[in-house]
Design a protein around this ligand. Structure first.
Ligand code: AHR
Length: 670
């Protein structure tokens, strides 16, 4: 505490006494008089908050696409895995006998899916054929309908019919259907199967009745219930979870999957559009990435391809944000480079993609889009050049992309990479270079311990405002360590992210986009944890981290409001973090407060400059157990609780629970 030096005179002693009394009086005053508590400067609205501030990062990792969002039940449906019968086994009920043989339709030519299976029945018994194990099982729900379809042709003898049956682990039938009438020509057959029971881990038998040979390909069992009821549509419970977040953008298709372990295995959007049957399957780069979580049966069928990504973005009201390979394979793997003289090919891919998304339906690529069912443009406004690249090799390639793309499409904002880490030599180098190049949006990634997130809530407070904007493109608190299989989606990680996200929001004039990563994880088939949403073959749930994201994204507001905690813009002292915004549509003031301390905090809230208060509500996400998690059985154990606010004036006290995120929505009068 400051001390007073006096000369001993009466006047100076009186002055000292007055000062001392004033100090005592100040200490006795109610908290607000000393600027204690949280002050929201309602009368000083700041920058507009971009609609894109909170969005989604999608990557086909953890069976996020095949086996997840893309609800095909049959794994390796076109026999194109390198082991063409992976996922399939012979099925010979009732002592039937026969042989299975995989053929290559036109070996060595450019057919997307050359393999097919010949089922030859010698002794029919109860039918002879194959059984498919699905994606860690086949999920069916009682009363729901599934379309079985197959490309087939008779190949000798008289195969009468294909019987399709779904069976549980004990061999009990959960539904059956048949197709018949085969000819020597390839033809598509389909029939409806209605499930008579619910089972997440069933299997599908595909059995030839009669004697003779039948060739089959593209064997599919697809739920009729998809998002929007579309054929080749997406899993509704998962899309619903996304839509309910009201995301500002959807980044796709990754992530490292963009890069591939080798350039040959990179993501190439053109092979993912058109008829799903003509999309060429490739290995999923996460297949063998982690020795502790090998998933040798992980391939990309591209049933969920670029058209579906654009459609999904539209469905959930999010701006599409595709990330393009920039001639670099994953630098954690081979780091292969496309030579600069070959880069035009990669740049042309980006140009064609913009055309596919935005050009009128009477142009080359617009016609392709229209032919798939979407004559109207998708209105693409952002594009990523490379995923998590670094080094001068990246800068060189980014420059080449930016030169061409910005000249041709000045209104398409380009996203550039700052590498895999949130600091360090590479990060500083890239930021330096990207500043000089006037880059537009720099993608930062942080997979760090929970403490890092709490400590970095002020990360952007002092970032320069005159250069590129920031895309917090991938982040998640790691409870153990990055890529550790023991990481958990527990409350400590989510709460720490919440503290950090107040900082993203407070700096929304600079941070234009942000997304948690990765998005999805199949509870049995994952490679990476933590993830925002977990699912099995029938059920899904949002983690506490999901509810943190959702609280921010559904309570975003349109304009920033300055916030002071105990009179200071600094956050984190005594575990208190806050951000605030104004929703200009509803007139509400939205205040987010994170209390990372283990005690309940009675905090004075001052809506400075507001004319009055007409009530409001408080949404609270809290748990005293930092290890608490949600699960398939308790999907909403940690989820927001809503209560009315009793505040009647522009100054009120709110009790913030220990370890909590609270959103106050106050109908404030001007
Ligand atoms: O989110 C998982 C991976 O983490 C992403 O694919 C990659 O960009 C990052 O290293």
């Amino acid at each position: 505490m400051r001390t007073f030096r006096t000369d001993g005179s009466l006047s100076s002693r009186l002055l000292a006494l007055a000062c001392a009394l004033a100090l005592v009086a100040a200490q006795a005053l109610p908290a607000a008089a000393q600027d204690r508590g949280i002050t929201v400067q309602v009368d000083k609205p700041g920058a507009a908050i971009p609609r894109t501030l909170f969005g989604l990062f999608f990557e086909d990792i953890n069976f996020g696409a095949d086996g997840g969002l893309y609800p095909e039940r049959v794994k390796n449906r076109s026999f194109e895995f390198p082991d063409p019968l992976m996922g399939w086994k012979q099925a010979a009920p009732g002592d039937s006998k026969g042989t299975l043989q995989v053929y290559d339709r036109i070996a060595g030519t450019a057919v997307a899916n050359p393999h097919y299976l010949r089922i030859k029945v010698d002794e029919p018994g109860k039918g002879f054929g194959v059984t498919n194990e699905g994606f860690r099982g086949v999920g069916v729900e009682k009363g729901k309908e599934y379309t079985f379809s197959v490309l087939a042709r008779g190949a000798g003898g008289s195969p009468r019919a294909l019987r399709v049956e779904v069976l549980d682990a004990d061999g009990r039938a959960l539904g059956e259907t048949r197709v018949s009438g085969f000819t020597p020509q390839w033809k598509k057959y389909s029939a409806t199967l209605r499930a008579t029971g619910t089972e997440a881990k069933a299997r599908v038998n595909v059995l030839v009745e009669g004697t003779g040979a039948l060739d089959v390909d593209l064997v599919s069992l697809f739920p009729k219930e998809t998002w929007g009821g579309r054929a080749n549509g997406l899993r509704p419970d998962l899309v619903r979870l996304l839509k309910e977040m009201n995301p500002g953008f959807l980044r796709f298709p990754g992530g490292c999957i963009v890069e591939g372990r080798t350039l040959e295995q990179r993501y190439q959007w053109k092979t993912t559009i058109g008829d799903p049957e003509d999309r060429r399957l490739i290995v999923n780069r996460w297949n063998t990435e982690f020795r502790h979580r090998l998933t040798p049966d992980y391939y990309q069928s591209f049933g969920l391809g670029y058209y579906e990504y654009f459609q999904l973005s539209e469905d959930i009201g999010a701006e599409p944000l595709p990330i393009m390979n920039c001639g670099m394979a994953c630098q954690f793997n081979t780091g292969e480079l496309a030579p600069m003289e070959d880069l035009d090919h990669f740049i042309q891919d980006a140009i064609d993609l913009i055309e596919f998304a935005n050009a009128p339906a009477n142009t080359k690529w617009g016609r392709v889009r229209a032919g798939m069912g979407h004559p109207k443009p998708f209105n693409l406004k952002m594009l990523g050049v490379g995923n998590e690249q670094w080094g001068p090799q990246y800068v060189e390639r980014y420059k080449a992309f930016a030169r061409v793309l910005k000249a041709k499409y000045p209104n398409v904002t380009l996203v550039s990479s700052s590498g895999p880490f949130p600091d360090g030599k590479e990060f500083d180098y890239l930021w330096g270079q990207l500043r000089q190049l006037n880059a537009e949006l720099v993608d930062e990634h942080y997979y760090r311990p929970p403490q890092w997130f709490r400590d970095n809530a002020g990360r952007y407070d002092d970032y320069p405002r005159n250069g590129p904007k920031v895309f917090a493109g991938e982040y998640a608190a790691q409870s153990v360590a990055i890529a550790s299989p023991d990481n958990r989606n527990n409350w400590e990680t989510a709460l720490s992210e919440a503290a950090f996200v107040t900082g993203l929001e407070r700096n929304a004039d600079l941070v234009r986009l942000s997304s948690y990563a990765p998005l999805f994880g199949h509870v049995e088939a994952w490679q990476w944890t933590p993830n925002l949403i977990w699912f099995d073959n029938l059920r899904s749930y949002g983690t506490p981290n999901y509810y943190v994201q959702k609280l921010f994204s559904t309570n975003q507001g349109t304009r920033l409001l300055p916030v002071l905690i105990d009179g200071s813009p600094k956050n984190g002292r005594d575990g208190l973090y806050a951000s605030a915004s104004l929703d200009e549509g509803s007139g509400e003031v939205i205040v987010k407060v994170v209390n990372t301390s283990s005690s309940r905090r009675e905090v004075r809230i001052n809506l400075a400059g507001a004319g009055g208060v007409r009530g409001g509500k408080a949404l609270t996400l809290a748990s005293s157990d930092l290890k608490a998690e949600n699960s398939l059985d308790e999907p909403t154990r940690l989820s927001p609780v809503e209560k009315p606010l009793t505040a009647t004036g522009t100054e009120f006290t709110h009790a913030f629970a220990p370890n909590s995120l609270t959103v106050l929505r106050v109908a404030a009068l001007r």
